[in-house]
Design a protein around this ligand. Structure first.
Ligand code: FES
Length: 110
């Protein structure tokens, strides 16, 4: 995909799977878990398993744009997937989220 192409959105389930504000939910894309965060009505999505040791991020805590993994405390910025506390320099994949005709769709952000 070049920067001028539209990302390829894929369906992951009904709109009812979206979390309420300040909460997280998980969906599956090609059998891979994705965590969706609702930040004041805006939806963001990341790979669902922590880059550190694979813990499910949907069981973490969301405060603003910061998602904390409950196992060892890595904190992700849900807007871009970067880890924002030590150890810095790690990033998980992030996805764009949209709803089309009641279906949630995600696309790899970059
Ligand atoms: S598994 Fe997430 S911080 Fe260790």
């Amino acid at each position: 995909m070049t920067s001028t192409e539209e990302p390829e959105f894929k369906p992951v389930g009904p709109e009812s799977l979206l979390p309420p504000p300040g909460r997280l939910s998980s969906v599956f894309l090609d059998k891979a878990e994705i965590v969706i965060a609702n930040v004041d009505g805006r939806y963001y999505a990341l790979d669902g398993l922590c880059e550190h040791a694979g813990y499910p991020l949907a069981s973490g805590q969301l405060v603003g744009c910061e998602l904390t993994c409950p196992l060892h405390g890595w904190i992700y910025d849900v807007t871009d997937g970067w880890v924002i506390n030590p150890p810095f320099g790690y990033r998980t994949r992030s996805y764009k989220v949209r709803v089309t005709d009641g279906t949630v769709e995600v696309a790899l952000a970059e």
